[in-house]
Design a protein around this ligand. Structure first.
Ligand code: TYD
Length: 146
């Protein structure tokens, strides 16, 4: 988990953009542009029209979700309310802290969803049932120092 994970809220992070007539360039350095060290990169592509991804939360994992190409929507829920983000710029990522339920929808044709993650894949870090997620949010409310 990154150093700032307890303090950085879910929201958009604007990454450096080097504009060039030959094409733009964006870069990301872990613990500099985003509040965690990058341990894993994965991407979603060839998403069929109408398909949805996500539908789970993570106990400890932090992620930055970027529309590297095309666009899609991300709805996040921390157990207290939902927020939706339309991602369509390759220099802008959505930071998703631990314990946020996420749904990815409305993928445009040919879009690529690039995800930077703070840890290797670990199925035991997933909360895949919404009732299980809400119960974990409630437990954390009682056990976390305010
Ligand atoms: P999942 O995280 O549920 O996909 P999404 O949230 O994008 O809808 O992962 C789908 C499948 O891929 C699941 O069987 C786990 C596997 N997977 C890995 O093996 N490694 C990974 O890094 C990721 C992200 C998923």
């Amino acid at each position: 988990m990154g150093k700032s994970s307890q303090t950085t809220r879910c929201g958009l992070i604007y990454l450096p953009k080097i504009e060039d007539p030959r094409g733009n360039l964006t870069f990301v350095e872990g613990c500099r542009h985003i509040p965690f060290d990058i341990q894993r990169v994965y991407y979603l592509y060839d998403v069929p029209g109408g398909a949805d991804r996500g539908g789970h939360a993570h106990k400890r994992l932090e992620q930055l979700i970027i529309a590297a190409s095309g666009s899609f929507d991300v709805t996040v829920d921390d157990g207290g309310g939902k927020r939706s983000f339309h991602l369509d710029r390759a220099f802008c990522g959505l930071y998703v802290p631990p314990m946020h339920w996420r749904e990815l929808t409305n993928f445009s044709s040919g879009s690529v969803c690039l995800v930077l993650a703070s840890a290797p894949y670990d199925e035991t870090d997933y909360l895949r049932r919404h009732d299980e997620f809400l119960a974990a949010v409630d437990r954390n409310r009682w056990t976390s120092p305010s």
